[in-house]
Write a protein that binds this ligand. Structure first.
Ligand code: ZN
Length: 55
């Protein structure tokens, strides 16, 4: 469980993730996993995990 460098999906381009326990982030296929925020909003799941200290 840890915060990681932001990454997003170059396929969906919906949100970025910064928590390595995020199930949505972990569902991104390796070929679409792209470093950086992509100027996207933060994933709600990641934000919630960070808030709860479970990131
Ligand atoms: Zn996420």
């Amino acid at each position: 469980m840890a915060k990681v460098a932001p990454f997003h999906s170059s396929k969906t381009k919906d949100v970025y993730h910064d928590c390595n326990t995020c199930t949505e982030g972990n569902n991104i296929e390796p070929q679409y996993k792209t470093a950086g925020t992509g100027n996207l909003p933060r994933c709600k799941n990641c934000a919630e995990r960070d808030r709860l200290g479970t990131c």
